[in-house]
Write a protein that binds this ligand. Sequence first.
Ligand code: MF3
Ligand code: CO
Ligand code: CO
Length: 285
Amino acid sequence: MTFAAAETATRRQAGVIKLHDAAAFAGMRRAGRVTAEALDMLVDLVRPGVTTDAIDRAVFAFAMDHGALPATLYYHGYTRSCCTSINHVVCHGIPSDKPLKEGDIVNIDVTLIVDGWHGDASRMYAVGEIPRRAMRLLEVTHECLELGIAAVRPGATTGHIGEAIQRHAEAERCSVVRDFCGHGLGRLFHDEPNILHYGRAGEGVEMKPGMFFTIEPMINLGRPHVKILSDGWTAVTRDRSLSAQFEHTVAVTETGVEIFTRSPKGLDFPAQPAPPRPALIPAAG
Ligand code: MF3
Ligand code: CO
Ligand code: CO
């Protein structure tokens, strides 16, 4: 594994990880923020009866209104502005005219390009009231993402991220999908390195300041195995168990981690109310 200044390396090259400068961080903050705002905008739209096509149109319109381009549009033949993965769909669900129904859980994954920089994030949304076991899966999966992010710091390895996620998921009797991983990104959508959501500390590559990548664990209530449907995109659990995913775009900094796609409104876990801000907690006595 080698490292290269991102200004000098443009294409994806096996085994070469780009290290980014301050201007790139500024670009990623803008792209990450618009992406997070798109996911915030969807919180009020997701409800029973709404089609995933309508969600897709809303993402496209939001991108147009914010000087952004959906990265998935015409990406390897994909023709939508987002992915919508419902219940046992693991990832890459294609928006359709099928309405969401009460009790569904849906991942909406949005990647927006702003001034050439990619912000890539996804969240789980609850459609009306959802079953208890579904809410537990959402909680475990969100905790897995947060634990993975907490493992990011210079000098640690990408294996520290995978271990933190796998340990928590399996302790909660869930499984980690192996067939998809997080990825480097920046001016490219999918770049080196791969970020596995399982493994051991010390495996993978050493993290260095200026690395940009996603962490996007897919966690199943049942077994980890997936299959791809005949549309060539939709990945589902083989045992049809529920699957969930949350994704953030992050950077390795000199001291730890910066999250580019945090919700400005505290809606990173929209199925669950945001904790009250300290200023709003009444003083004791
Ligand atoms: N946004 C997805 C990711 O997290 C990739 C979607 S590619 C598509 O990497 F073509 F399926 F849209
Ligand atoms: Co991604
Ligand atoms: Co994504």
